[in-house]
Design a protein around this ligand. Structure first.
Ligand code: ATP
Ligand code: MG
Length: 800
């Protein structure tokens, strides 16, 4: 009488089991970090499939990143042993793109629509702000963009906003004008921005109930991870999908404010009844309020879905007790939250390690040395991560990591798809795939340089407007533009290249070629447009890197063709536009991951380094004036702590150079919230030299001496350099004042065959020396630990 899904329940605790097996309309799983929320969601999907309660195509699961979606699909596959194709496991954005591609023609778009990323929409808004002279009303492109984005996340449009705004204020009037022209331009370009993808899908469902019904019938089980970070538009989307089939649409007035009202659910489980909805979340990990996420979506779930079952998970399977106790203590300082107690049975584990550097370089050196030391003790580089609050903090870390030969990868920081040459190449593809997108055509008009300037661009735009044709089509009428013969020739050439590429990628009109045509088409565009030649002819060394990046993009198209045999150029463009910050994690094997705290959500690592734990950085300065700001920063810190499985390090610097200024940093208030006995602050000179206040002694609760077993074996404790005379701030505020070890072997002469001694690795023989100056690397074969590469200048080595 074993259930068909019995094996899926193995190893689960009681509440987890209940969350997997409960079958009602609405299920809310609220639980702290690492308690198995995502795992439970995955098993629930597997269970629905295994028990044949659902076909794969009846499942819609929403995850936070495309990578998380891929992992969940893979996990389900492992659990049920069959590929469950047809399941929709994706982000909100990807799911909406799929729906819109099918339905866009219902409301004035074509299925080849372009997606504007925030850079694209910024460029458009910038132009509109200029055209409307917005700057004389204090409107900046950035500010306007973020206001429009917020309004869209609230499902408001220009008209509805105008009704609530004070329109006697000229600045408001101009803003509304810009907002509506922006929407018009998007529509004309057959394009959606990121926020539109969600908001327009909601619009579609509300305006066309018969369309909504198709998806309500199809998706019988909807599951949402990280529900605490959904915004109003996403909430409304889920609500539309979980209404009973055949529900009357709410009255929809064009341009009207789409106010959502909860409706009581009826007859769940019945034919035509509403889909079942499972959401999991942790309000303590809500970190996207600044983007419109609303914790109330969780706290009011029971009101919105009457009769919802609520399951609490309290056992944490990720972290040691020390890490959890720190997390619990910190988050307890947020008022207005339900107290949750996370516990674990894996034991106390290692203490949290704290470190205060003199500068961010000093801090970075500590991180690099710890990483090396953990690596020697068997932790894989890929099992370690370094987090920071702002992207700019990665620079100091990178500098030191390169010098220390620590392999690392920056997540979400490379911004490959934001590089100018990559955007140019993608614009060429868009100009072919979606010729209505004038922005893309304008972008490539003079790239590479063809002598086509603003005057000609305006002439083309005017011609297009006068004849009611697209900017792209106007290129074909170069003779009528009234430009000189040279310019006319340049325009004709561009037109010919685009036409030729169209024949490759879109053979019969409207029909799409196989996915390998993307590689072929892109190569053709970049070659025949002269783009490659211009870069090759350039003497700018940067242009060489640009060529390499374009090669990389062509490699991406090849991989795309391999993974998506039926994929089209439009699918390719969708995929590259929707990659999120955390989505390039796959390449991280063998390297330490560096990322912002926001990107770290949902991930876990054996060892975690939380850096820059300073006032004004974490909590960030900008949060101070925002309502709820400091609390959101505390949740961010909580997210960071709870990523760690075994080892957690918190570090800060006493001084920090930022934007060309050196500022004195103060320890973050959040550090005081961690009970002192959980942190092993690395030995401070105060303890050694009899200086330093009682506070620094108290903070070093374990009172370990450097070099003692359990002291971490890090060479920081080994030889202490006295403090400089003038401490930059009240030293008693700093738990630790150990400077980086000062070492400079810059002039040490080394040759193959030399024998050396290393502080940590013992004796060894130099095989070779490569590089020059400060970057000289010694390849050493140690007698006990084997081959290592050392940066001669700073390695703790001596010649024998
Ligand atoms: P977060 O809040 O950070 O998103 P989460 O609640 O989604 O965390 P998971 O990522 O699902 O937690 O699980 C955390 C870790 O605990 C994972 O490594 C998972 O495999 C493990 N885990 C979850 N449940 C169990 C269990 N019953 N037995 C053993 N390990 C488990
Ligand atoms: Mg999770």
């Amino acid at each position: 009488d074993a259930r068909p899904d019995a094996d899926l329940l193995q190893g689960l605790n009681g509440p987890q089991r209940e969350a997997v097996t409960y079958r009602g309309q609405a299920l809310l799983i609220v639980a702290g970090a690492g308690s198995g929320k995502t795992s439970v969601l995955t098993r629930r999907i597997a269970s629905l499939l295994r028990t044949r309660e659902a076909y794969p195509s009846q499942i819609l699961a929403i995850t936070f990143t495309n990578k998380a979606a891929g992992e969940m699909r893979e996990r389900v596959h492992q659990l049920i042993g069959q590929k469950a194709d047809g399941m929709w496991i994706s982000t909100f954005h990807s799911a909406c793109v799929r729906i819109l591609r099918r339905e866009a023609e219902q409301f004035g778009f074509t299925k080849a629509f372009t997606i504007y990323d925030s850079g694209d929409s910024r460029a458009l808004i910038k132009r509109l702000v200029k055209e409307h002279e917005g700057d004389s009303f204090g409107l900046t492109p950035a500010g306007t963009q973020s206001r429009i984005s917020k309004l869209k996340n609230e499902l408001a449009d220009a008209e509805s906003y105008a009704r609530s705004a004070n329109m006697s204020d000229p600045a408001e009037r101009v803003f509304v004008e810009i907002f509506s022209s922006y929407q018009r331009e998007l529509q004309r370009a057959n394009a959606f921005d990121f926020d539109d993808l969600i908001a327009q899908t909601v619009y579609l469902f509300r305006a066309f109930p018969q369309v909504a019904d198709v998806y309500r019938k199809r998706f019988r089980h909807i599951l949402v991870d990280e529900y605490q970070d959904t915004n109003h538009a996403q909430y409304a989307l889920i609500h539309e999908l979980t209404r009973p089939v055949g529900s009357d649409a709410e009255p929809f007035s064009v341009g009207g404010m789409m106010i959502f009202e909860a409706d009581p659910s009826t007859g769940s489980g019945t034919e035509g009844g509403p889909a079942s909805l499972t959401v999991v979340g942790d309000s303590d990990q809500s970190i996207y309020a600044f983007r419109g996420a609303d914790i109330r979506n969780i706290s009011e779930f029971e009101r919105d879905y009457p009769g919802a079952k609520v399951v609490l998970l309290e056992q944490n399977y990720r972290s040691t007790q020390n890490i959890l106790s720190a997390a619990n203590a910190v988050i307890a300082n947020n008022f207005d939250r339900k107290d949750k107690k996370l516990w674990t049975d894996v034991g106390a584990g290692d203490p949290i390690i704290g470190f205060t550097g003199y500068s961010q370089h000093d801090e970075a050196q500590f991180v690099a040395d710890e990483i090396e030391s953990l690596h020697r003790r068997g932790i894989d580089y890929s099992g370690m991560a370094v987090f920071y609050r702002t992207n700019s903090q990665s620079r100091a870390l990178e500098e030191i990591f390169i010098r220390s030969a620590v392999p690392y990868k920056i997540m979400g920081g490379t911004k490959f798809y934001e590089r100018a040459e990559i955007k140019d190449a993608l614009a060429y593809l868009v100009a072919v795939a979606n010729p209505a997108d004038g922005m893309a055509v304008r972008r490539i008009l003079n790239r590479p340089r063809r002598g086509i300037g603003d005057v000609t661009e305006t002439a083309i735009a005017r011609y297009a407007a006068e004849h009611g044709i697209t900017f792209r089509d106007a290129l074909a009428n170069s003779a009528q533009l009234g430009v000189g013969p040279k310019l006319q020739k340049a325009i004709d050439q561009l037109d010919a290249v685009l036409t030729e590429a169209t024949a490759v990628m879109l053979p019969a009109s409207g029909e799409l070629a196989p996915s390998t045509s993307v590689t072929e088409g892109l190569t053709l565009l970049l070659t025949k447009s002269g783009y490659f030649d211009a870069l090759r002819a350039s003497k700018d060394p940067q242009d060489e890197a640009r060529l390499e990046n374009l090669d990389e993009l062509i490699a991406v198209t090849r991989e795309f063709a391999r993974n998506n045999p039926d994929g089209t150029v439009i699918d390719f463009l969708t995929e590259v536009t929707l990659v999120a910050d955390a989505d390039d994690l796959d390449d991280a094997s063998g390297s330490v991951s560096l990322m912002t705290l926001h990107t770290a959500k949902g991930l876990e690592y054996d060892a975690v380094f939380l850096t820059g734990v300073e006032e004004d950085l974490l909590p960030h300065r900008i949060s101070a004036n925002e309502p709820g700001g400091p609390q959101e920063e505390r949740r961010l810190f909580y997210v960071g702590i709870t990523r760690a499985r075994k080892r957690l390090h918190v570090s800060l610097a006493m001084t920090r150079a930022q934007f060309g200024e050196v500022t004195v940093a103060m320890p973050s208030r959040f550090l005081q919230e961690i009970p002192g006995d959980l942190i092993d602050w690395r030995q401070s000179p105060g303890d050694v030299n009899g200086r330093g206040g009682s506070q620094s002694r108290a903070l070093n609760a374990r009172g370990r001496r450097p070099g003692q077993p359990g002291g971490g074996g890090n060479r920081y404790g080994d030889d202490l350099v006295p403090l400089p005379k003038r401490a930059p701030a009240d030293p008693s505020k700093f738990p630790n004042r150990i400077p980086a070890k000062v070492r400079d072997n810059g002039d040490m002469v080394l040759a193959a065959g030399d024998r050396i001694r290393h502080d940590d690795f013992g004796e060894g023989r130099v095989d070779a020396v490569t590089g020059e100056g400060a970057k000289r690397v010694a390849h050493v074969r140690f007698d006990t630990v084997g081959p290592k590469k050392l940066l001669v200048k700073i390695a703790p080595i001596a010649k024998l």
